[in-house]
Design a binder for this molecule. Structure first.
Ligand code: MG
Length: 331
């Protein structure tokens, strides 16, 4: 337990997971929407989606294959999901986030077939892209309801942050011309490492100020997976109705590298300087405008790329998710 953590020990006690009613789930799940991002995974998503469609139809399912579009989901995705029992999402985490709000509104369970760069949602849930695993999950029809977060009006399923990692995400987004890989991040990381200046951040957790407006790295996590072997909140759960906030103070780029090294080995939260708290509503107030990111992407186009205030609020147990067959332990 760190010094900063001690001050907010009460927020680290999780409530019992609420009993969440999934009686609205239709079984057997025979009508399937296969939502695919055709450019995910360097374009391999298209071929995998078409192969999966054949496998699902071969065992008797009715499959509606739908490619993702740029238009608002309410126009093209909600009508598709209203007519199916489950949505299989072939893409990366950005595609899952795209589908999430329609899944919430239409109460359609989702399952990620991981074809993106990180696939953190699938990793956390234990979702596999093997056709046999997808079919067994659909037959088992074991659905849980997970939390998401609202971050300045944008739906977040994994994490929201401001600071260095958000600067890297925005740098990459401004230069991206097609599919990405892990290596695509490297030039953006080096550029941002060269120019990054830590900014003091005010932090409120459920209306209570925490920390002391120090500069540093600030992560608000719904999911324990973050990517790149760097998991700021490795104990975060997606079904506890709480968001994990981790703040790692640093005034220098060298300090940033030290934190990245510690987090790589999972020792960062053992530091007396780290802050770890949980709450339902987190407010981040950087002293000057900084980049922010949601689930590894720039926020929605309507939001500003720089901000001096991010409000992240949990939406408890709203996202229906299909569990892998025979695995009720993951969240
Ligand atoms: Mg949580």
């Amino acid at each position: 337990m760190t010094a900063l953590e001690c001050a907010f020990n009460h927020t680290l006690d999780r409530p019992e997971t609420a009993c969440r009613n999934t009686d609205f789930i239709e079984t057997p799940m025979s009508r399937i929407a296969l939502i695919a991002n055709p450019i995910s995974g360097s374009g391999s998503s298209r071929a995998r989606a078409e192969a999966l469609q054949q496998e699902l139809e071969h065992v008797g399912h009715e499959v509606v294959l739908t490619w993702t579009r740029l238009e608002p989901c309410a126009q093209w995705l909600d009508p598709v999901l209203q007519d199916v029992d489950v949505a299989v999402v072939a893409g990366g985490d950005g595609t899952v986030r795209l589908v999430a709000e329609s899944a919430i509104q239409t109460r359609t369970p989702i399952y990620q077939v991981p074809t993106g760069t990180e696939n953190l949602f699938a990793r956390a849930l234990g979702h596999s892209g093997e056709a046999g695993d997808v079919i067994r999950a659909i037959e088992a029809a074991d659905v849980c309801l997970l939390d998401v977060a609202d971050a300045n009006g944008t739906t977040s399923i994994l994490m929201t942050s401001c600071g260095f990692d958000a600067a890297v995400v925005q740098d990459l987004a401004s230069r991206r011309t097609g599919p990405i890989s892990h290596w695509t991040y490297l030039p953006s990381m080096l550029r941002q490492l060269w120019s990054w200046k830590p900014v003091p951040v005010g932090i409120m957790v459920d209306g209570e100020g925490v920390g002391s407006d120090q500069p540093g790295l600030c992560f608000v996590c719904n999911c324990r997976e973050y990517g790149g072997g760097f998991n700021p909140a490795p104990d975060a759960r997606m079904d506890d109705g709480l968001l994990d906030i981790v703040f790692l103070p640093t005034r220098s780029r060298l300090g940033l590298l030290r934190w990245m090294w510690k987090a790589r080995w999972g020792t960062h939260l053992a530091s007396t300087r780290a802050l770890h708290a949980r709450g339902r509503r987190i407010v981040l107030e950087p002293a000057s405008p900084v980049p922010w990111q949601v689930d590894g992407d720039c926020p929605a186009e309507s939001a500003t790329p720089l901000t001096q205030r991010v409000t992240i609020e949990v939406r408890s147990g709203v996202l229906p998710v299909l569990r892998p067959a025979g695995d009720a332990s993951r969240n």
